[in-house]
Design a protein. Structure first.
Length: 415
């Protein structure tokens, strides 16, 4: 036998039930997003690498270590997108979605790529469903966005703890940065190599580092919430107040900084205790549109990890019942069976037409094997009498019925 080619490390097939889970998670989230009047955007998976360096930040793990970057045949340095926000902002600017002066609520879904160490719930190709709101600084939007995320998780039956924080703005963050840097310098020798190297450029990253030593140091670090300016403080208070009004439970985590650099003010994460991982996360990024060449536009958003939500799904809704149409006889019967199967599908019945030939017993075995609920025999007798044999494979009962009655029963079972 020829050598088999396998999937690339960290990349996966979603087969059978996995694919159905994927679709269910995405469709459920999509329905909620559409009810909130978000509009879909379909964005490229490849962007110029500098888009991510300038948005996510040079001194982040995602850009420094995890990006799939390559030079295309035209000599351009491009990257497989590691997340969706940068591309959404680029699209917002490039398509002048700010032109009508209102705010824009966009969502997207699709594969993202990060060269991380694969484990359960962490892959090199994974999928996000994300939402971005452009053009509002109103804290009502922050609360509503978090509420929307909460609603998606609840609709999916996924339990997760919500943590929120504020990262301040250009006015107050520098003061905090100084205080944090002072503190971290005192503990420099306890930090990991990456954090020491990135200390001056990006001290906030230490708070997000998973290395034990860094985590210990982070526990005693100054808290950003003690350094917020009046505007950020009020914004943060309002967000919390509105969340409480919505009945969304949260805990405050003054050390929550997220792994990407573009955030300002509100940041949040929904963490699954069962998975020990974040399933959905986001926040505000009020400067990013301007920093990427657009007009000053406050914005905010989140993304959910589809695979992580799939792991937490308790149950998939059952598929509608399946009927197998079994042709039993010559050419005329086959022609009739083709027509019958098409008609049933038109009526909304999930229908499989058997391509098997041979004994009726074998046909029923086939129907059982593929998990059919009903078998409908189309044979010469049926053609003559107009009465069709409908077998309920679960109850092991069969009846001969006029075709209209067959359709009525199958439609009823499918609804
Ligand atoms: P993020 O926290 O980097 O944020 O990713 C969002 C979610 O994607 C994570 O909470 C996790 O569920 C999932 N995820 C991330 N990496 C992996 C992986 N390697 N394998 C499986 N799932 C993963 C962002 O990407 C921001 N763009 C979110 C955002 C939108 N902020 C504002 N707007």
């Amino acid at each position: 036998m020829a050598e088999k080619v396998k999937t690339v490390r960290g990349f996966r097939d979603l087969v059978g039930e996995e694919a159905r889970k994927y679709r269910f998670v995405v469709d459920t989230a999509r329905k909620v997003l559409e009810r909130y009047n978000f509009e879909e955007v379909i964005l490229p998976t490849v962007e110029y690498a500098k888009l991510f360096a300038r948005s996510i930040g040079e001194a982040t793990d995602v850009v420094e270590k995890e990006m799939f970057v390559f030079t295309d045949k035209g000599g351009r340095e491009v990257a497989l997108r590691p997340e969706g926000t940068a591309g959404a902002v680029r699209a917002f600017i490039e398509n002048k979605l700010y032109a009508d002066g209102t705010y824009k609520k966009l969502f997207y879904e699709g594969p993202m790529f990060r060269h991380e160490r694969p484990q359960r719930g962490r892959y090199r190709e994974f999928h996000q469903i994300g939402a971005e709101v452009f053009g509002t600084a109103n804290p009502v939007a922050d609360a509503e966005l978090v509420g929307l995320a909460d609603e998606i998780l609840k609709t999916l039956g996924v339990e997760a703890r919500l943590e929120i924080n504020s990262l301040g703005c250009k006015k107050c963050r520098p003061r905090y940065r100084e205080a944090l840097l002072r503190y971290l310098r005192e503990h420099e020798e306890e930090l990991c190599e990456d954090c020491r190297r990135r200390l001056e450029r990006n001290p906030l990253r230490v708070l997000d580092c998973k290395v034990e030593g860094c985590r210990r140091v982070a526990q005693e670090a100054p808290k950003i919430t003690d350094y917020l300016c009046e505007e950020c403080k009020t914004h943060h208070e309002k967000v919390k107040e509105y969340l409480s009004a919505l009945g969304v439970e949260f805990t405050e985590n003054p050390y929550l900084v997220r792994g990407l650099d573009y955030y300002t003010k509100t940041v949040f994460e929904f963490v699954s205790p069962e998975l020990g991982k974040t399933v959905l996360a986001g926040g505000r990024y009020d400067y990013l549109v301007e920093e990427l060449g657009g007009p000053p536009t406050p914005a905010l958003g989140f993304a959910a990890g589809v695979e992580r939500l799939m792991l937490l799904l308790k149950e998939l809704p059952p598929r509608p019942p399946l009927v197998v149409v079994i042709p039993f006889g010559g050419e005329e019967v086959k022609r009739e069976a083709l027509k019958v199967a098409r008609l049933l599908r038109k009526e909304g019945v999930r229908t499989e037409l058997s391509y098997r030939e041979g004994k009726i017993k074998k046909q029923f075995e086939f129907a059982d094997k593929i998990g059919a609920d009903f078998a409908l025999v189309v044979g010469e007798d049926e053609l003559k009498s107009g009465l069709y044999t409908l077998k309920d494979l679960r109850r092991r009962e069969q009846e001969r019925l006029p075709f209209e009655e067959v359709v009525r029963r199958l439609k009823e079972a499918s609804s």
